[in-house]
Design a protein around this ligand. Structure first.
Ligand code: 3HC
Ligand code: NAI
Length: 696
C-alpha cells in the first residue's frame, strides 16, 4: 500500500482507512490502489467495521483532474466502489469539507455516512460535460429519491449537511472534532450490532405522474440547453427505479463514455482545468507575501458600490461605505438592507446570517474616517475627472500601505493611478453587475502596480468568492473590449435585415445565456448612450449606435422603462416584438444607405462569434490577457458564453484556426470592414498549424 497516501490501522474493533492526498484528496491512482489494499487488509483482520476518513481540508473532492485525458490505470473507480459496497463488514464514511463527484460516489457505496455540519455534498460532473460514472446515477436516487437526485445531478450544485440529513444522504451530523466524533459514531454502530446495508439493495420509489420525466426535462430545458449529459442523467435515474444496479451501471457506463468522448466534455474539462490556472500569474511567484486585509472602504454606495460592499460583508470583512452626502449613504444602505431582506425571504440566508452581514457595515461622508483601512474600492461615476479627484483625496486620506482600487469599466487605470503618489498601490477591480451575484472579477494590473498588490487582490477576490482573472490596461479590459465588436456586429445585423428577435434567438440557440439585444435592454440603453457622449461621440453620428441613440432619445431605455428594442409586459416582464422598432430600424438603415436583406442564423452567429475570436486574439497578442484560457474564463463567467463550447478561444481551436482565418478574410473582402482583418497572431498560429490553446 502507498503508506503516505492511504493508511490503514486497527484501533480496538475499528479498521480506520485514512486518505491523505493533498490538496483535496482527489481519487488519484495511488488513492484507488491504497483503498483497495486497505480493504483487503481489513477483510482479514479483527475489525468489526471500517471507517473511511480523510486528512486535511476535505473529504475526497472527486476524480483527479490531472489524470483527465490520460489512460486510466487500474484499479478503476467503479471497482473500488463495488469493493466498498460488497464489503463483509459495515463501512462508515466520515465526511468533511467537500464530498464531490467520485468522492460522494465512494460515500454512497459505504453503508453508513456521517458528516460535520459544514460539509458540502454534490455530484458536479454535469459541469464537466459528464455524468457520475461510478454508480452515482444508480445509488443516489436509491438513497435520496428521484426528485432530489435529479436536482443534484442535473444542476451539479452541492447541498449542505443539514439538507443531506433531511434527505437521508447522511445518517448523522457530527459535532466536535471530526476524527473523534467519527470514531465515536462508528464504535456506537459496532456496539449496537449494525450490519452491512448495501445501497444497491434499496429501491427508489417510482414517481406517480406518468409524464414525470418529460415534465422534468421541460423544467431543466433552459439551463441544460445544448448539453448532452442532463438528458442522460434523467434517463439513468428513471432506470434506477426499475432495474438492478448491475444493469443500471452498465447503461451508466455507456452513457458516461458517450459524454466523455464528446467535444462538450473536452470543452468543459478545458474550462475546469484552467479555472484553477487563472489564479496563478506567470510572472508573479505564488508565494509572494500578501498584505493583510482587515477592513475595506467602498467609495460610492450606488449600484456597484452596494453590491461590492455586500460581497465583502458576507465574507466577514468590515466595510465602510463612503458617499458625498448622508442622504446618498442612507439610500445605498436602504437598497442593501432590501437586498438582504429579499435573500432572507427566498431562504438564501437566515435572518441571523443577514444580521451578522449587516453588522459588518458602517458609513461616512468624511474621508478622514477611512485613514486606517487596508483596501479602498472606488465605485463612483464613470468619469475620469471625478475618479482623479477621488483618488487624489484617497492618497491624502489613507495610510501609505493602503491599496487603492478602481471599479472603472473602461477608463485608463494608469491615468487614475497618476493622480496619486502611490501608483504601485493602485489597481483596477472590475466587478460585474450585480456585483453580489456575478462571480467574475477582472483584476486590472496597471503599469506600476506592484506584484504584492496584485497578489493581495487575487487572494482577496478568492476570499469574497470571486473568480479573479488578472488583465492589463486597455479600453474595456478583456471582457468589455471584446463585447464592443460583438455588440457592433449585432447592431449591423439589425440594420442589414435581421429583427432583434432573430439576432437574439440565433445567439441563444447557439448557446449564449441571452442574446445581445436583450442584454442591452436588461442593462439599460442609457449606459452606452452616456458613455458615448462622455467620449465626445455625437448622438446618431455612428452607424452602429444610431438605433440605440434614437431609442434612448425616445425614452426607451430598456426593461427599466418598459421598452427598448422590445416592449415589456408590465405584469410579467415578458418581452414582445415591437413593430415600431422594426419601422425605426428600416428608417435608420435607410439613413445610412444600408439595403436590408434576409440574414441566416448561421451568418448572425458566425459574425458575432468571429468578432469575439479576432478581438480575443488581438488581446492576447498585446499581452492584455496572459493566457487564452483566461479569456475563456472571463467569457464564461461574465458574459453567458456556453461552457460546453469551452469559451471563445477554445471554440476557435475547435473550428480550426486556418478556417477562422479564411472566414475572417472572406468577410474582410466582402465588407471592406477593417474589423475583419485577421489578428496577426491567428495567422501566425494557423500557418504553424498550432491551436490557440498551445499558448496556455
Ligand atoms: N483533482 C485534483 N486537484 C484538484 C481537484 C481535483 N478534482 N480539485 C481541486 N484541485 C486542486 C486545485 O487545482 C488547487 O490546486 P493548487 O492549490 O495547486 O492551485 C487546489 O486543489 C485547491 O483548489 P481550490 O483553490 O479550488 O480550493 P477550495 O478549497 O477553494 O475548493 C473544491 C475546493 C471545492 C474541492 C474545489 O477545488 C472544487 O470544486 N474542485 C472540483 C471538484 C469536482 O468537480 N470534483 C468532481 C470531479 S469529476 C468526478 O469525480 C468524476 C467521477 O464521477 C468519476
Ligand atoms: P451609480 O451611479 O449607481 O453609483 C455611483 C455612486 O457614487 C452614487 O451613489 C454617487 O452618489 C457616488 N459618488 C459620486 N461621486 C462620489 C464621490 N466623490 N465620493 C463618494 N461617492 C461618490 O454607478 P454604478 O453603476 O454603481 O457605477 C459605478 C462605477 O462602477 C463606474 O465606474 C462604472 O463604470 C462601474 N461599473 C458599473 C457597472 C454597471 O453595470 N453598473 C459594471 C461594472 C463597473
Amino acid at each position: 500500500m502507498n503508506k503516505s497516501v492511504v493508511n490503514y490501522q486497527l484501533q480496538d474493533q475499528l479498521g480506520i482507512i485514512t486518505i491523505n492526498n493533498p490538496p483535496v484528496n482527489a481519487l488519484s491512482h495511488p488513492v484507488r490502489a491504497g483503498l483497495t489494499e486497505a480493504l483487503e487488509q481489513a477483510a482479514s483482520d479483527a475489525s468489526s467495521a471500517v471507517l473511511i476518513i480523510c486528512e486535511g481540508r476535505t473529504f475526497i473532492a472527486g476524480a483527479d483532474i490531472t489524470e483527465f485525458g490520460k489512460t486510466p490505470q487500474p484499479p478503476h473507480l467503479p471497482d473500488v466502489i463495488e469493493a466498498i459496497e460488497s464489503f463483509s463488514k459495515p463501512v462508515v464514511a466520515a465526511l468533511h469539507g467537500n464530498a464531490l463527484g467520485g468522492g460522494l460516489e465512494v460515500a454512497l457505496a459505504a453503508h453508513y455516512r456521517c458528516a460535520i455540519a459544514s460539509t458540502k455534498l454534490g455530484l458536479p460532473e454535469v459541469k464537466l460535460g459528464l455524468l457520475p460514472g461510478a454508480g452515482g446515477t444508480q445509488r443516489l436516487p436509491r438513497v435520496v429519491g428521484v426528485e432530489a437526485a435529479l436536482d443534484m445531478m442535473t444542476s451539479g450544485a452541492p447541498i449542505n449537511a443539514s439538507k443531506a440529513l433531511d434527505l437521508g444522504l447522511i445518517d448523522k451530523v457530527l459535532e466536535g472534532e471530526l476524527e473523534t466524533a467519527a470514531i465515536d459514531y462508528a464504535m456506537a454502530l459496532i456496539a449496537e450490532g449494525a450490519t452491512v446495508r448495501p445501497t444497491s439493495h434499496r429501491v427508489a420509489a417510482v414517481p406517480e405522474a406518468s409524464d414525470y420525466y418529460d415534465q422534468y426535462l421541460k423544467k431543466i430545458e433552459r439551463k441544460s440547453r445544448g448539453q448532452i449529459a442532463p438528458g442522460y442523467i434523467v434517463e439513468l435515474v428513471e432506470l434506477s427505479t426499475r432495474t438492478d444496479i448491475t444493469a443500471g451501471q452498465a447503461v451508466e457506463r455507456e452513457r458516461f463514455m458517450a459524454c466523455r468522448n464528446s467535444p462538450q466534455a473536452s470543452a468543459m474539462q478545458h474550462v475546469f482545468f484552467f479555472y484553477f490556472a487563472t489564479s496563478k500569474l506567470p510572472d508573479i511567484p505564488s508565494d509572494t507575501p500578501i498584505l493583510p486585509v482587515e477592513s475595506v472602504a467602498v467609495i460610492g454606495a450606488g449600484t456597484m458600490g452596494g453590491g461590492i460592499a455586500m460581497c465583502l460583508a458576507n465574507a466577514g470583512v468590515p466595510v465602510i461605505l463612503v458617499e458625498t452626502k448622508q442622504e446618498f449613504l442612507d439610500r445605498g444602505m436602504g437598497v442593501i438592507k432590501g437586498n438582504y431582506a429579499t435573500s432572507v425571504k427566498r431562504g438564501r440566508f437566515s435572518q441571523a446570517q443577514a444580521d451578522s452581514f449587516l453588522a459588518n457595515f458602517s458609513g461616512t461622508t468624511n474621508y478622514a474616517d477611512i485613514a486606517n483601512v487596508d483596501v479602498v474600492i472606488e465605485a463612483v461615476f464613470e468619469n475620469m475627472d471625478v475618479k482623479k479627484e477621488v483618488f487624489a483625496k484617497l492618497d491624502q486620506a489613507c495610510k501609505p500601505s493602503c491599496i487603492l482600487a478602481t471599479n472603472t469599466s473602461y477608463l485608463d487605470v494608469d491615468e487614475i493611478a497618476g493622480a496619486t503618489n502611490r501608483p504601485e498601490q493602485v489597481i483596477g477591480a472590475h466587478f460585474f453587475s450585480p456585483a453580489n451575484v456575478m462571480k467574475l472579477l477582472e483584476v486590472v494590473r496597471a503599469a506600476k502596480t506592484s506584484p504584492q498588490v496584485v497578489q493581495t487582490f487575487m487572494k482577496l477576490a478568492k476570499k469574497i468568492g470571486k473568480i479573479a482573472v488578472a488583465v492589463r490596461v486597455c479600453n474595456g479590459f478583456v471582457g468589455n473590449r471584446m463585447l464592443k465588436g460583438y455588440g457592433r456586429q449585432a447592431q449591423l445585423c439589425l440594420l442589414e435585415g435581421a429583427s432583434p428577435e432573430q439576432v437574439d434567438s440565433a445567439m441563444q440557440d447557439w448557446g449564449m445565456a441571452m442574446g445581445p439585444i436583450a442584454v442591452g435592454d436588461l442593462a439599460g440603453l442609457d449606459i452606452g448612450y452616456r458613455s458615448r457622449r462622455d467620449q465626445g461621440i455625437e448622438s446618431r453620428s455612428v452607424k452602429e449606435s444610431t438605433l440605440a441613440d434614437t431609442l434612448v432619445e425616445m425614452e426607451r431605455l430598456g426593461q427599466k422603462s418598459g421598452s427598448g428594442y422590445y416592449r415589456y409586459d408590465p405584469e410579467t416582464r415578458q418581452r414582445q416584438n415591437d413593430p415600431a422598432v422594426e419601422s425605426l430600424i428600416d428608417e435608420v438603415a435607410a439613413t445610412w444607405n444600408v439595403e436590408r436583406r434576409e440574414l441566416s442564423k448561421d451568418e448572425i452567429v458566425e459574425r458575432l462569434v468571429l468578432s469575439l475570436i479576432n478581438e480575443g486574439a488581438a488581446i492576447l497578442q498585446e499581452g492584455i490577457a496572459a493566457r487564452p484560457s483566461d479569456i475563456d474564463i472571463v467569457y464564461l463567467n461574465g458574459y453567458g458564453f456556453p461552457a460546453w463550447r469551452g469559451g471563445p478561444m477554445f471554440y476557435a481551436d475547435t473550428l480550426g484556426l486556418s478556417v477562422v482565418v479564411e472566414k475572417l478574410q472572406a468577410l474582410q473582402s466582402s465588407t471592406g470592414d477593417a474589423c475583419w482583418t485577421p489578428s496577426p497572431l491567428l495567422i501566425e498560429l494557423a500557418e504553424a498549424g498550432k491551436p490557440l490553446t498551445s499558448l496556455n
